[in-house]
Design a protein around this ligand. Structure first.
Ligand code: ADP
Ligand code: NI
Length: 218
């Protein structure tokens, strides 16, 4: 089967899988990450676009957050799909490794992403957690979990471990300090870093306005 056809079918598989998702992980998140990964890959050069696209399309088809903390559920489902398409084992294992390692798991946990393709997918995914869209997704996610928007008596926790990060019960504003504002300095690619800087400023301005309004000064 030709590569374009495989990408098309994989996009369709992901779209069906992610329909009706309301936590910020819907198909349109995957769609934006897919487009962003191509934008980064075109500027960074020499990345295998086939692997990049398969990994972005499949990176969120199943999530540990909604599967009793099983961190491997996404890569297992992706493998089943890619084996059905009879792809080479080295492509399958590369794509599945990216899916396994792409997630942010707390400030104290080091990312294990190794390949250029993985770095591009991770940057594209992280960029969708930043800026105006990132703000919308944080509150959609927090609302879905039943978390408050903000509670001045609950302070953000520095350097969370994976175990702490997995609790996900903090006010959504704290998530900016525990993850979103840290991402700019964790970008892998030059292009990703440049885009992250603009989106970072959008979040800083939002937080400044938020706290002014909270104090009824804005
Ligand atoms: P991604 O799809 O980028 O891998 P996640 O799966 O970690 O991101 O989370 C999906 C979205 O929900 C992201 O925009 C993320 O910032 C947001 N999110 C994750 N955990 C929380 C939380 N505890 N509170 C608020 N938003 C969160
Ligand atoms: Ni994602």
């Amino acid at each position: 089967m030709d590569k374009n056809k495989i990408i098309e079918q994989t996009a369709e598989f992901a779209r069906k899988n992610l329909a009706n998702e309301s936590t910020g992980h819907d198909w349109w998140h995957t769609y934006r990450v897919w487009k962003m990964s191509l934008r980064i890959a075109n500027e960074e050069k020499d990345a295998d676009l086939f692997v990049v696209q398969l990994a972005t399309l499949l990176h969120d088809i199943a999530d540990w957050k909604f599967n009793k903390g099983d961190e491997f559920v996404g890569s297992k489902l992706a493998r089943e799909w890619l084996e059905k398409l009879q792809l080479d084992e080295n492509i399958i294992s590369h794509v599945c490794e990216i899916i396994k390692e792409v997630s942010f798991m707390g400030e104290a946990e080091k990312s294990k992403i190794k390949t250029k393709e993985g770095m591009i997918v991770q940057d594209a995914d992280r960029l969708d957690a930043l800026g105006a869209i990132g703000i919308a997704r944080a509150f959609a996610f927090g609302g879905h979990r039943g978390n408050p928007i903000y509670d001045p008596s609950i302070k953000p926790v520095k350097n969370k471990t994976a175990e702490q990060y997995k609790q996900m019960d903090e006010p959504s504003i704290n998530h900016f300090y525990e993850k979103l504002l840290l991402l700019k300095d964790l970008m892998n690619t030059k292009t990703g870093k440049k885009i992250a800087e603009g989106r970072h400023k959008t979040m800083e301005k939002f937080l400044e306005d938020f706290f002014k309004e909270w104090e009824v000064e804005g």
